[in-house]
Ligand binder design. Structure first.
Ligand code: GLN
Length: 482
């Protein structure tokens, strides 16, 4: 059961070999027994089984889609009516969502079954899932290592086979980076393609929800249902309905795939490089043409992203003031003290660091030097990428410079942590889609990810390339659990 894909599980449901309720019970039990990784922070069996019952009704009445009855874990920042939505923060520890995020609603409507809430870095800020107010998540391949972040729980839960699929969010790499460290497949769609309504905001001009699964095909099936114009999100785009599974079987022969030389230079671990190059060789053998390109502004991506994302975070997180949402300090003498104590006690240190950087770069006297300049470079980075897509179908690169770091290694060195985002940030700055899928493991059997970047709305194309890689290799089939 554990290793089955969406299609395989769906077939069992169609043939009545298992019911949606039994399937939900199976995964609830797995989470209860086998989540020594803290991937899922809490479950609500009653709600899960009620939705599974609805799925069974849909199946009996013949209204079944391929997703009906399939369990899914949600990163703990998607609002879901009646479920706690903590964003892994003390600030929202007791927050129960009064409404449902559009993307979750769409998956509910088709009969997918929420199986539990996935752990994450507090407010999605981080690259290790260690900043969670709950326990840190451990990497199922080696529990001395982090699963990556901030969607570490979503990726670890799929890797540990605690759920067939999950949803994460990606602001600067948070779907792709944990997918790479945990050996699973995840995609961050074009900015605006999936509604952000009901997702707790971190940096609104970057945040985007996306699926994580065992295969590119599973991601495509989820994306089919997730994509839709949403009037409740002003940045949601009207994009003609597409079937992302339609072109999965197209040959890659003749495609032009670009490798940016700056992504293969110093700082990249040798084993990671050679693993990614094996994927390049596979694509060549399938007839793709590999061309080396240059993205000379790569060195600016980290400072530009951390200026802009922190600025947006400092603005978005103003709402947590002890009045409107969540936590309020217990002892205070006046209103101002209530605000300051609430925020001092309710936020963890990484979140406070971002709020301080963000407030600084937005303040009078620094705004032009930092915020405005970063916005200008953001545009130039997006333009460089557009140049590449004039002649190439996709860009291929490593996802991260190394395999998953050891627990604790980056916690006290935020700059080192930010540096590990070097390959994932450009596409968020540009709003482009990108995905991570498994490359060959290292000698110590740790997963490595390969990244595919597509042009705007070219999700179908990168999923096609990823599917062809997966049809011709078995790296994505490896599992850390028996
Ligand atoms: N590591 C990056 C950050 O901390 C990305 C996080 C994300 O994509 N949510 O900002």
């Amino acid at each position: 059961m554990k290793n089955k894909t969406i299609k395989e599980l769906s077939e069992l449901l169609t043939n009545k070999e298992i019911s949606a309720q039994e399937l939900a019970q199976y995964f609830l039990k797995e989470i209860e027994k086998n989540d020594q990784y803290n991937a899922i922070i809490y479950t609500d069996a009653e709600k899960t089984l009620a939705q599974a019952k609805k799925a069974d009704e849909l199946i009996s009445s013949g209204q079944k889609s391929v997703l009906t009855g399939i369990p899914i874990a949600y990163k703990d920042l998607f609002c879901h009516l009646g479920w706690r939505t903590t964003c892994a923060s003390k600030m929202l520890n007791n927050f129960v969502a009064p409404y449902t995020a559009t993307v979750v609603e769409r998956l509910d409507d088709i009969g997918m079954v929420p199986i539990g809430r996935a752990n994450m870095d507090e407010f999605a800020m981080g690259s290790t899932t260690e900043s969670s107010y709950w326990k840190p998540t451990l990497n199922p391949w080696n529990t001395e290592r982090v699963p990556g972040g901030s969607s570490g729980g979503s990726a670890a839960a799929v890797a540990a086979r605690l759920t067939p699929v999950s949803l994460g969010s990606d602001t600067g790499g948070s779907i792709r980076q944990p997918s790479a460290y945990c050996g699973v497949t995840g995609i961050k769609p074009t900015y605006g393609l999936v509604s952000r309504f009901g997702m707790v905001a971190y940096a609104s001009s970057f945040d985007q929800a996306g699926p994580i699964g065992k295969t590119a095909e599973d991601c495509a099936l989820l994306l089919n249902q997730m994509v839709a114009l949403d009037e409740k999100d002003s940045t949601s785009v009207a994009h003609e309905k597409e079937d992302y599974t339609e072109n999965l079987n197209q040959p890659v022969k003749g495609m032009k795939i670009a490798t940016p030389k700056e992504f293969f230079q110093e700082g990249l671990d040798k084993e990671v490089a050679s693993s990614v190059l094996e994927v390049v060789e596979l694509l060549k053998s399938l007839g793709a043409e590999i061309v080396e390109i240059s993205l000379p502004k790569t060195k600016f991506t980290i400072p530009v992203y951390y200026v802009l994302a922190s600025a947006e975070a400092s603005s978005n997180l103003q709402r947590y003031d002890g009045v409107r949402y969540g936590y309020r300090a217990e002892n205070y003498d006046n209103l101002e003290e209530m605000y300051t104590k609430t925020r001092a006690e309710g936020f963890g240190s990484e979140v406070k660091r971002r709020i301080m950087i963000g407030t600084y770069v937005l303040s009078h006297g620094y705004y032009d030097d930092y915020y405005v300049k970063a916005q200008k470079i953001r545009r130039l980075i997006a333009e460089d990428l557009q140049e590449i897509f004039k002649t190439c179908d996709a860009i291929l690169s490593p996802v991260t410079p190394s395999i998953a770091p050891k627990i604790g290694e980056l916690m006290n060195d935020p700059v080192k942590m930010y540096l590990s985002d070097i390959y994932t940030l450009s596409l968020n700055l540009a709003g482009l889609p990108g995905m991570s899928l498994p490359a060959p493991h290292t000698k110590d059997n740790m997963p490595v990810g390969v990244q595919l970047i597509g042009n705007y709305f070219a999700e179908g194309k990168i999923l096609n390339i990823a599917h062809q890689i997966q049809e011709n290799s078995d790296w994505h089939l490896k599992s850390p659990v028996k």
